[in-house]
Design a protein around this ligand. Structure first.
Ligand SMILES: Nc1ncnc2c1ncn2[C@@H]1O[C@H](COP(=O)(O)OP(=O)(O)O)[C@@H](O)[C@H]1O
Ligand SMILES: [Mg+2]
Length: 312
Protein backbone atom coordinates (compact mmCIF):
# COMPACT_ATOMS: atom_id res chain seq x y z
CA UNK A 1 0.00 0.00 0.00
CA UNK A 2 1.17 3.52 -0.78
CA UNK A 3 1.70 5.86 2.14
CA UNK A 4 -0.15 8.58 0.23
CA UNK A 5 -2.33 8.27 -2.83
CA UNK A 6 -3.60 11.40 -4.60
CA UNK A 7 -6.26 10.71 -7.24
CA UNK A 8 -7.25 13.53 -9.57
CA UNK A 9 -7.27 16.31 -7.01
CA UNK A 10 -8.39 19.79 -8.07
CA UNK A 11 -8.76 22.88 -5.93
CA UNK A 12 -9.62 26.46 -6.84
CA UNK A 13 -9.67 29.69 -4.89
CA UNK A 14 -12.06 31.89 -6.83
CA UNK A 15 -10.50 32.22 -10.27
CA UNK A 16 -7.19 30.72 -9.23
CA UNK A 17 -6.85 27.02 -10.05
CA UNK A 18 -4.35 26.09 -7.37
CA UNK A 19 -4.41 22.36 -8.26
CA UNK A 20 -5.48 20.73 -11.49
CA UNK A 21 -6.17 16.98 -11.44
CA UNK A 22 -3.06 16.05 -9.54
CA UNK A 23 -2.28 12.32 -9.42
CA UNK A 24 0.49 11.06 -7.17
CA UNK A 25 1.56 7.85 -5.41
CA UNK A 26 4.00 8.17 -2.56
CA UNK A 27 5.58 4.93 -1.34
CA UNK A 28 6.10 4.04 2.31
CA UNK A 29 9.32 5.01 4.04
CA UNK A 30 11.96 7.50 3.01
CA UNK A 31 11.82 11.07 1.85
CA UNK A 32 9.65 12.28 -1.01
CA UNK A 33 10.01 15.84 -2.31
CA UNK A 34 7.38 18.01 -3.89
CA UNK A 35 9.38 20.55 -5.83
CA UNK A 36 8.00 23.72 -7.35
CA UNK A 37 8.35 27.49 -7.52
CA UNK A 38 6.40 29.91 -5.34
CA UNK A 39 2.67 29.70 -6.05
CA UNK A 40 2.89 26.24 -7.67
CA UNK A 41 0.28 24.74 -5.33
CA UNK A 42 2.55 22.90 -2.87
CA UNK A 43 0.98 24.26 0.31
CA UNK A 44 -2.53 23.72 -1.04
CA UNK A 45 -1.74 20.06 -1.73
CA UNK A 46 -0.10 19.54 1.64
CA UNK A 47 -3.08 21.16 3.40
CA UNK A 48 -5.42 18.77 1.61
CA UNK A 49 -3.25 15.80 2.56
CA UNK A 50 -3.22 16.91 6.19
CA UNK A 51 -7.03 17.44 6.32
CA UNK A 52 -6.76 21.22 6.74
CA UNK A 53 -8.42 21.87 3.39
CA UNK A 54 -10.93 19.89 1.33
CA UNK A 55 -10.40 19.17 -2.35
CA UNK A 56 -13.03 20.42 -4.82
CA UNK A 57 -12.82 17.07 -6.60
CA UNK A 58 -10.72 13.93 -6.51
CA UNK A 59 -9.58 12.10 -3.39
CA UNK A 60 -6.55 11.59 -1.18
CA UNK A 61 -5.71 8.58 0.95
CA UNK A 62 -3.12 8.83 3.68
CA UNK A 63 -2.13 5.53 5.26
CA UNK A 64 -5.11 4.02 3.45
CA UNK A 65 -7.52 6.49 5.10
CA UNK A 66 -9.62 9.03 3.23
CA UNK A 67 -8.65 12.59 4.22
CA UNK A 68 -12.24 13.84 4.01
CA UNK A 69 -14.42 11.04 5.37
CA UNK A 70 -11.80 9.72 7.83
CA UNK A 71 -10.11 13.00 8.74
CA UNK A 72 -10.03 12.26 12.48
CA UNK A 73 -8.20 8.96 11.99
CA UNK A 74 -5.81 10.54 9.50
CA UNK A 75 -4.82 13.19 12.04
CA UNK A 76 -3.81 10.45 14.46
CA UNK A 77 -1.13 9.03 12.18
CA UNK A 78 0.39 12.21 10.72
CA UNK A 79 2.55 15.11 11.81
CA UNK A 80 2.70 18.47 10.10
CA UNK A 81 5.09 21.45 10.26
CA UNK A 82 3.78 24.42 8.32
CA UNK A 83 5.65 26.94 6.23
CA UNK A 84 5.87 29.38 9.13
CA UNK A 85 7.16 28.19 12.48
CA UNK A 86 4.42 28.11 15.09
CA UNK A 87 6.30 28.31 18.37
CA UNK A 88 5.45 30.39 21.42
CA UNK A 89 8.15 33.02 22.04
CA UNK A 90 7.29 33.33 25.73
CA UNK A 91 7.81 29.65 26.49
CA UNK A 92 11.13 27.82 26.66
CA UNK A 93 12.03 25.24 24.06
CA UNK A 94 11.12 22.44 26.46
CA UNK A 95 7.84 24.08 27.46
CA UNK A 96 6.90 24.50 23.81
CA UNK A 97 7.32 20.80 23.15
CA UNK A 98 5.64 19.78 26.42
CA UNK A 99 2.65 21.94 25.54
CA UNK A 100 2.29 20.23 22.17
CA UNK A 101 2.61 16.83 23.85
CA UNK A 102 -0.17 17.74 26.29
CA UNK A 103 -2.34 18.93 23.38
CA UNK A 104 -1.98 15.43 21.99
CA UNK A 105 -2.95 13.97 25.40
CA UNK A 106 0.42 12.40 26.07
CA UNK A 107 0.13 13.03 29.80
CA UNK A 108 2.53 15.20 31.83
CA UNK A 109 5.28 12.65 32.41
CA UNK A 110 5.26 11.27 28.88
CA UNK A 111 5.18 14.77 27.38
CA UNK A 112 8.20 15.72 29.45
CA UNK A 113 10.17 12.63 28.47
CA UNK A 114 9.32 13.01 24.83
CA UNK A 115 10.25 16.73 24.88
CA UNK A 116 13.69 15.94 26.30
CA UNK A 117 14.22 13.14 23.83
CA UNK A 118 13.38 15.42 20.90
CA UNK A 119 15.50 18.30 22.20
CA UNK A 120 18.48 15.95 22.27
CA UNK A 121 17.69 14.62 18.80
CA UNK A 122 17.51 18.18 17.42
CA UNK A 123 20.71 19.24 19.14
CA UNK A 124 18.73 21.76 21.20
CA UNK A 125 19.30 20.27 24.66
CA UNK A 126 21.61 23.15 25.58
CA UNK A 127 18.92 25.69 24.74
CA UNK A 128 16.04 23.75 26.31
CA UNK A 129 15.47 26.29 29.10
CA UNK A 130 15.77 29.42 26.99
CA UNK A 131 12.64 31.13 25.72
CA UNK A 132 11.70 30.85 22.04
CA UNK A 133 12.37 34.56 21.61
CA UNK A 134 16.13 33.95 22.01
CA UNK A 135 16.25 31.23 19.34
CA UNK A 136 17.87 31.80 15.95
CA UNK A 137 15.90 31.17 12.76
CA UNK A 138 17.44 27.74 12.36
CA UNK A 139 16.72 26.79 16.00
CA UNK A 140 13.08 27.90 15.64
CA UNK A 141 12.67 25.74 12.57
CA UNK A 142 14.17 22.76 14.35
CA UNK A 143 11.91 23.25 17.38
CA UNK A 144 8.89 23.54 15.11
CA UNK A 145 9.97 20.38 13.35
CA UNK A 146 10.29 18.67 16.73
CA UNK A 147 6.72 19.64 17.61
CA UNK A 148 5.50 17.97 14.42
CA UNK A 149 6.79 14.54 15.40
CA UNK A 150 6.09 14.57 19.11
CA UNK A 151 3.58 11.71 18.70
CA UNK A 152 6.02 9.72 16.52
CA UNK A 153 3.70 9.87 13.48
CA UNK A 154 4.22 7.32 10.72
CA UNK A 155 3.76 9.99 8.03
CA UNK A 156 5.28 13.43 8.40
CA UNK A 157 4.61 16.52 6.29
CA UNK A 158 7.06 19.42 6.19
CA UNK A 159 6.16 22.50 4.17
CA UNK A 160 9.32 24.28 3.01
CA UNK A 161 11.25 23.36 6.16
CA UNK A 162 14.42 25.19 5.18
CA UNK A 163 13.17 28.26 3.31
CA UNK A 164 14.77 31.41 4.69
CA UNK A 165 17.60 29.61 6.46
CA UNK A 166 21.25 30.34 5.79
CA UNK A 167 23.37 27.51 4.32
CA UNK A 168 24.53 26.42 7.78
CA UNK A 169 21.01 26.30 9.20
CA UNK A 170 19.85 24.44 6.11
CA UNK A 171 22.60 21.83 6.40
CA UNK A 172 21.80 21.29 10.11
CA UNK A 173 18.14 20.76 9.30
CA UNK A 174 19.01 18.37 6.48
CA UNK A 175 20.85 16.20 8.99
CA UNK A 176 17.85 16.15 11.30
CA UNK A 177 15.47 15.35 8.43
CA UNK A 178 17.63 12.46 7.23
CA UNK A 179 17.69 10.94 10.70
CA UNK A 180 13.92 11.15 11.01
CA UNK A 181 13.30 8.54 8.35
CA UNK A 182 15.81 6.01 9.61
CA UNK A 183 13.08 4.40 11.73
CA UNK A 184 10.78 3.89 8.73
CA UNK A 185 8.81 7.16 8.81
CA UNK A 186 7.46 8.41 5.49
CA UNK A 187 8.38 12.04 5.05
CA UNK A 188 6.88 14.35 2.46
CA UNK A 189 8.54 17.72 2.15
CA UNK A 190 8.00 20.63 -0.18
CA UNK A 191 10.81 22.78 -1.44
CA UNK A 192 11.62 25.44 -4.00
CA UNK A 193 15.18 24.30 -3.94
CA UNK A 194 16.39 21.81 -6.53
CA UNK A 195 19.55 21.01 -4.67
CA UNK A 196 17.55 20.25 -1.54
CA UNK A 197 15.23 17.85 -3.35
CA UNK A 198 18.21 16.09 -4.90
CA UNK A 199 20.11 16.01 -1.63
CA UNK A 200 17.31 14.54 0.48
CA UNK A 201 14.71 12.75 -1.57
CA UNK A 202 14.53 9.32 -3.16
CA UNK A 203 11.63 10.43 -5.33
CA UNK A 204 10.77 13.90 -6.59
CA UNK A 205 7.56 15.28 -8.07
CA UNK A 206 7.74 18.60 -9.88
CA UNK A 207 4.66 20.77 -9.65
CA UNK A 208 4.13 23.98 -11.60
CA UNK A 209 1.02 26.15 -11.70
CA UNK A 210 -1.12 23.49 -10.07
CA UNK A 211 -0.07 20.71 -12.41
CA UNK A 212 2.19 17.77 -11.83
CA UNK A 213 4.70 18.08 -14.66
CA UNK A 214 7.15 15.30 -13.86
CA UNK A 215 7.85 12.57 -11.34
CA UNK A 216 10.76 10.26 -10.68
CA UNK A 217 14.14 9.94 -9.06
CA UNK A 218 16.58 12.78 -9.62
CA UNK A 219 18.40 10.74 -12.25
CA UNK A 220 15.15 9.70 -13.96
CA UNK A 221 14.14 13.35 -14.19
CA UNK A 222 17.47 14.20 -15.71
CA UNK A 223 16.96 11.39 -18.19
CA UNK A 224 13.71 12.96 -19.32
CA UNK A 225 15.34 15.83 -21.14
CA UNK A 226 17.65 13.32 -22.79
CA UNK A 227 21.20 13.58 -23.97
CA UNK A 228 23.91 15.54 -22.24
CA UNK A 229 24.84 19.12 -21.67
CA UNK A 230 27.75 20.39 -23.72
CA UNK A 231 29.42 23.31 -22.04
CA UNK A 232 32.40 25.39 -23.08
CA UNK A 233 34.17 28.63 -22.23
CA UNK A 234 35.90 30.96 -24.65
CA UNK A 235 39.11 32.70 -23.75
CA UNK A 236 37.96 36.28 -24.23
CA UNK A 237 34.58 37.92 -23.82
CA UNK A 238 34.48 39.48 -27.27
CA UNK A 239 34.54 36.00 -28.82
CA UNK A 240 31.38 34.98 -27.03
CA UNK A 241 28.89 36.26 -29.57
CA UNK A 242 30.75 34.75 -32.51
CA UNK A 243 31.02 31.45 -30.65
CA UNK A 244 27.29 31.47 -30.02
CA UNK A 245 26.47 32.04 -33.68
CA UNK A 246 28.98 29.48 -34.91
CA UNK A 247 27.63 26.71 -32.67
CA UNK A 248 23.91 27.51 -32.47
CA UNK A 249 22.69 24.62 -34.63
CA UNK A 250 24.69 22.01 -32.70
CA UNK A 251 22.35 22.29 -29.71
CA UNK A 252 18.94 20.68 -29.59
CA UNK A 253 17.38 23.61 -27.69
CA UNK A 254 18.40 27.10 -26.69
CA UNK A 255 21.94 27.89 -25.70
CA UNK A 256 22.40 29.24 -22.18
CA UNK A 257 24.95 32.03 -22.14
CA UNK A 258 26.86 33.29 -19.15
CA UNK A 259 28.69 36.47 -20.25
CA UNK A 260 30.51 36.79 -16.91
CA UNK A 261 32.16 33.41 -17.22
CA UNK A 262 32.31 33.55 -21.03
CA UNK A 263 30.41 30.28 -21.04
CA UNK A 264 27.92 28.71 -23.41
CA UNK A 265 25.96 25.54 -22.67
CA UNK A 266 23.03 23.58 -23.99
CA UNK A 267 21.72 20.08 -24.46
CA UNK A 268 22.95 17.98 -27.33
CA UNK A 269 21.38 14.83 -28.72
CA UNK A 270 24.51 13.05 -29.88
CA UNK A 271 27.20 14.14 -27.49
CA UNK A 272 30.40 12.92 -29.15
CA UNK A 273 29.37 14.20 -32.60
CA UNK A 274 28.48 17.57 -31.14
CA UNK A 275 31.74 17.75 -29.26
CA UNK A 276 33.83 17.02 -32.36
CA UNK A 277 31.80 19.44 -34.46
CA UNK A 278 32.10 22.16 -31.85
CA UNK A 279 35.87 21.95 -31.73
CA UNK A 280 36.09 22.08 -35.54
CA UNK A 281 33.71 25.02 -35.85
CA UNK A 282 35.41 27.13 -33.20
CA UNK A 283 38.81 26.31 -34.62
CA UNK A 284 37.71 27.36 -38.11
CA UNK A 285 36.36 30.63 -36.70
CA UNK A 286 39.61 31.35 -34.88
CA UNK A 287 37.95 31.20 -31.45
CA UNK A 288 40.07 29.96 -28.55
CA UNK A 289 38.46 27.47 -26.20
CA UNK A 290 39.39 27.86 -22.53
CA UNK A 291 37.52 24.83 -21.33
CA UNK A 292 35.10 22.29 -22.73
CA UNK A 293 33.16 19.39 -21.25
CA UNK A 294 30.11 17.18 -21.44
CA UNK A 295 28.00 16.63 -18.34
CA UNK A 296 24.63 15.39 -17.10
CA UNK A 297 21.97 18.12 -16.84
CA UNK A 298 21.23 19.67 -13.46
CA UNK A 299 17.69 19.60 -12.09
CA UNK A 300 17.46 23.30 -12.81
CA UNK A 301 18.03 22.58 -16.47
CA UNK A 302 15.45 19.81 -16.26
CA UNK A 303 12.98 22.33 -14.86
CA UNK A 304 13.79 24.79 -17.61
CA UNK A 305 13.32 22.13 -20.26
CA UNK A 306 10.02 21.00 -18.77
CA UNK A 307 8.46 24.40 -18.11
CA UNK A 308 10.37 26.84 -20.31
CA UNK A 309 11.09 28.86 -17.19
CA UNK A 310 13.83 29.07 -14.60
CA UNK A 311 12.84 27.60 -11.25
CA UNK A 312 13.64 30.68 -9.20
N1 LIG B 1 -6.66 30.86 0.68
C1 LIG B 1 -6.37 31.26 -0.57
N2 LIG B 1 -7.14 32.17 -1.21
C2 LIG B 1 -6.86 32.54 -2.46
N3 LIG B 1 -5.84 32.07 -3.20
C3 LIG B 1 -5.03 31.17 -2.62
C4 LIG B 1 -5.25 30.71 -1.28
N4 LIG B 1 -4.30 29.80 -0.99
C5 LIG B 1 -3.52 29.70 -2.09
N5 LIG B 1 -3.96 30.51 -3.08
C6 LIG B 1 -3.38 30.62 -4.43
O1 LIG B 1 -3.22 29.33 -4.96
C7 LIG B 1 -1.99 29.20 -5.66
C8 LIG B 1 -1.14 28.13 -5.03
O2 LIG B 1 -0.73 28.56 -3.75
P1 LIG B 1 0.13 27.68 -2.76
O3 LIG B 1 -0.47 26.33 -2.67
O4 LIG B 1 0.30 28.44 -1.49
O5 LIG B 1 1.52 27.59 -3.56
P2 LIG B 1 3.00 27.22 -3.02
O6 LIG B 1 2.85 26.67 -1.64
O7 LIG B 1 3.52 26.24 -4.01
O8 LIG B 1 3.78 28.49 -3.04
C9 LIG B 1 -1.36 30.59 -5.65
O9 LIG B 1 -1.70 31.26 -6.82
C10 LIG B 1 -1.98 31.23 -4.42
O10 LIG B 1 -2.02 32.63 -4.57
MG1 LIG C 1 3.72 27.24 0.13
Amino acid sequence: MDAIKVSGVSKSFGDVEALKKVVLSIPQGGIYALLGPNGAGKTTLIKIMTTLLKPDSGSVKVGGLDVVSQAVQVRKIIGFAGQFAAIDDHLTGRENLEMVGRLYHLGRRKARLRADEILRQLDLAGAADRTGRTYSGGMRRRLDLGASFITSPSILFLDEPTTGLDPRGRADLWDVIRELVVGGTTLLLTTQNLEEAEELAKQIAIIDRGRLIAEGTASELKERIGGSILEFRVQSGEQLERARDATRDLFSGNQAIDPQLGRISGSVASSTDALAQLVRRLDASGINIADIHLRRPTLNEVFLALTGRESE
